[in-house]
Ligand binder design. Structure first.
Ligand SMILES: [Zn+2]
Length: 449
């Protein structure tokens, strides 16, 4: 879609934001200002507030004349019929669940913008070639049931339904039995009839508008990220073993100090990542026996390594293995040992070329009147997502891509998470243009023949 083919209508900013904040009445928490919208969110998946916002979503979709249905994982689908009702719909999706100390934009913006796109089509009586819909994916955050994007994963048949149904919530306190996803789906009445599978419920494509959750767009003064894919990551649990001895009587040269050894490894991982243009993070450190006056015998630390490309990630891991071994044997006085345990392996995700291209064309058209940013280049840029999303799973089963909007100070998973009304609206307009662009593309290539 060239700029001359911009859709003849735009999303309504006031209505978009009213709708977003109306949905956030269910589960708002952690007020940080005087305005009623200056709060964060605590809408954990399958809680009462999640049930309430689901009802709000379904009512809003029905008011637009959409057909709604629910699958076995409680994923919600709202479909606006096109000329060709039999063909699978283009879906706009994200999630309405949040972290316990979450914000009003992560996931929520993508679902609400999807509804707004349908409203714009409806008020303009615009008939699309194929059907267009919105999906709210259950438990994307993995905050209550600790597997992220699990319901999109079940739809993609990457995780079996029973495994997901039997997944227990994280502990809510001593002696309180932990509920499973199925129990909570039953309790709030959202075990739907539609099989949770791309086979029974196929999509023509999946577009996800999401806040960037990082500082890059804001730092560069840009408005839109055209997301190309999601970086690869692996998580490890590293165990360093030394010997516990007295802190006062053991000279430095005679130690097998696991904490000192682990500290050097963490620093080394940072250097490896810097050199490779990747990321290395240690978020958990645990030492034994853990007293002030004893050299630690054992340290466990987490290591999260990430890179845009699988090969570069493998090279980073290999470099860390060599460095950690060198530190343990040659740079730790009397020596320590190091063991690696892999916890998570998430390969790089590459989104669909056609989806990326309609997003880029739409961004160009929507941002045509904006002056170029002072940092140079355009108001939009290619980006790789640093975080996982529902789109990582839909991408396995249908053409998928994502659109990012700026995030104030790069902060998310935090009550003060914020994207300005203007930027939310630009993102929603890019989503609208992308969906209509893809709809045209389908007709042109004969999807409905
Ligand atoms: Zn999200």
């Amino acid at each position: 879609m060239a700029s001359s083919q911009l859709p003849p209508f735009k999303v309504n900013q006031t209505r978009l934001l009213e709708s977003l904040h109306a949905s956030c009445q269910h589960g708002s928490a952690h007020s940080y200002g005087n305005d009623p919208t200056e709060t964060g969110m605590a809408r954990l998946s399958l809680t009462d507030s999640d049930k309430d916002v689901r009802e709000w979503f379904i009512e809003s979709a029905k008011a637009l004349g959409c057909h709604t249905h629910v699958d076995q994982m409680g994923n919600l689908f709202a479909i606006r019929a096109g000329k060709n009702k039999e063909a699978p719909p283009i879906m706009m999706g994200s999630h309405l669940d949040t972290q316990p100390t979450g914000g009003r934009y992560d996931g929520i913006l993508g679902v609400i913008a999807g509804l707004e796109v349908l409203k714009v089509l409806e008020e303009n009586s615009f008939e699309t070639e194929g059907s267009i819909g919105v999906v709210d994916w259950t438990n994307e955050e993995g905050a209550r049931f600790p597997v992220m994007a699990i319901s999109a994963a079940v739809w993609a048949e990457a995780i079996p339904l029973d495994t997901a149904w039997n997944l227990k919530e994280i502990s809510t306190g001593d002696n309180i039995p932990r509920k499973t996803m199925k129990e909570e789906l039953d309790r709030i009445g959202y075990v739907g009839e539609t099989p949770a599978s791309f086979k029974a419920n196929p999509f023509a494509a999946h577009f996800e508008l999401h806040i960037e959750q990082g500082p890059i767009l804001e730092d560069e003064g840009r408005k839109i990220g055209v997301v190309q894919g999601v970086q690869a990551f692996k998580w490890f649990d590293i165990t360093v073993s030394g010997r516990d001895t007295h802190a006062g009587t053991t000279p430095l040269y005679a130690r097998q100090d696991a904490v000192l050894c682990a500290a050097k490894m963490i620093t080394a991982a940072n250097s490896v990542a810097k050199k490779a243009n990747g990321l290395a993070t240690t978020g958990i450190i645990h030492s034994e026996p853990g007293t002030v006056n004893t050299v630690a015998q054992t340290v466990n630390f987490s290591l999260d390594l990430r890179h845009t490309f699988d090969e570069d990630l493998e090279k980073m891991i290999a470099d860390c293995v060599v460095e950690f071994q060198r530190i343990a044997t040659d740079d730790s006085e009397r020596g320590c040992t190091v063991e690696w345990k892999e916890l998570v392996d998430s390969p790089a995700v590459h989104f669909d070329k056609d989806c990326i291209s309609v997003v880029e064309e739409s961004a160009k058209a929507v941002l045509a009147e904006f002056p170029d940013p002072a940092s140079g280049g355009k108001q939009w840029r290619d980006m790789i997502s640093g975080a996982g999303h529902d789109s990582c799973y839909t991408n396995r089963r249908c053409p998928t891509s994502m659109i990012f909007t700026p995030t104030r100070n790069g902060i998310s998973h935090n009550p003060v998470e914020y994207c300005s009304p203007e930027d939310c609206t630009l993102g929603a307009n890019v989503l609208l243009g992308a969906v209509l662009g893809y709809d045209k593309l389908r007709a042109k290539r004969g999807d409905f023949a």
